[in-house]
Design a protein around this ligand. Structure first.
Ligand code: URA
Length: 265
């Protein structure tokens, strides 16, 4: 093993630094004429897991799960808002993730399972995360509003409505506390409600997407909500969302393969 690699390893490099080193090492091998490297099954499986490792940060000290549990408790003890239904749907995923997804509010499926993004839009979100090379559990997933907005009438069935401004404002302090605890390095605001609820931007998603916003020292990318993609079915919209995701992966130095870069082109 080259000396610099041993030296840097002894300094406990982060997974991102390690990946850079590995990439430099492989490029150096290539330049000296090597075109094949032998990888054991173990090494291959470790490499395959690298995006997940890179998506997660270590958390020396502080019990994030307990702190999040307290927020959940505070929400359930807060005065209920009669315009919302009664089942609390809190966040899911890893409190150690570098990536946080924020959606609008739970729907019927989410309410049944008490977990965000488990209905059709959630299935698409899971696919997007897997296409990034990660597992859903390695990211942190939350919503602006933690109860399903109520629609008056006998039975709401599968009908949903967007949360009102007041409902969003009531829940913003909780979401900000979640952000303070998780400290994600990148937040994806999915759709117009997440964009307005979190960033206060009232324009169209189209005009806010495609760049990184700075919000209280956190990087935020606004992109389409998966439900919008399910409705639109347009390849060009899928590509735009994917470009936002690629921008996020580049921002976090998560490796992107040529195959990943070219999806939906
Ligand atoms: N849409 C959202 O915005 N959030 C969910 O949890 C489910 C669907």
């Amino acid at each position: 093993m080259p000396k610099t690699l041993i030296y840097t390893l002894s300094l406990s490099p982060s997974p991102t630094q390690l990946l850079k080193l590995l990439s430099n090492y492989l490029h150096a091998l290539k330049e000296t004429g090597d075109s094949n490297v032998f990888l054991s099954n173990k090494a291959l499986s470790n490499l395959r897991n690298l995006p997940n490792i890179i998506a997660t940060k270590s958390d020396p000290g502080g019990d994030k799960s307990a702190a999040l549990e307290q927020i959940k408790q505070r929400i359930s003890e807060a005065e209920s808002i009669s315009s919302l239904r009664d089942t609390l749907v809190f966040s899911s995923g890893s409190p150690h993730s570098r990536i946080m997804f924020v959606g609008e509010a739970p729907g019927e499926e989410e309410e049944k399972k008490q977990e965000p993004f488990v209905g059709p839009a959630g299935k698409l979100l899971t696919k997007i995360i897997q296409t990034m090379g990660m597992r859903r559990e390695e990211t942190y997933i939350s919503n602006i509003v933690k109860f399903r907005p109520r629609i008056d009438g006998e039975s709401q069935g599968s009908a949903n409505r967007k949360p009102t401004k007041q409902e969003m404002q009531n829940f913003l302090p909780f979401l900000l506390d979640e952000i303070k605890i998780v400290k994600p390095e990148l937040i994806f605001a999915l759709g117009g409600t997440a964009m307005t609820g979190l960033l206060g931007i009232e324009s169209s998603v189209n005009s806010a997407r495609g760049r990184i916003h700075n919000f209280r020292k956190h990087s935020v990318i606004v992109t389409y909500h998966p439900s919008f993609l399910l409705r639109s079915g347009s390849n060009s919209d899928k590509r735009k969302l994917w470009e936002d995701i690629l921008m996020g992966m580049d921002h976090l130095s998560i490796p992107v393969s040529d195959k990943q870069r070219n999806y939906f082109k």
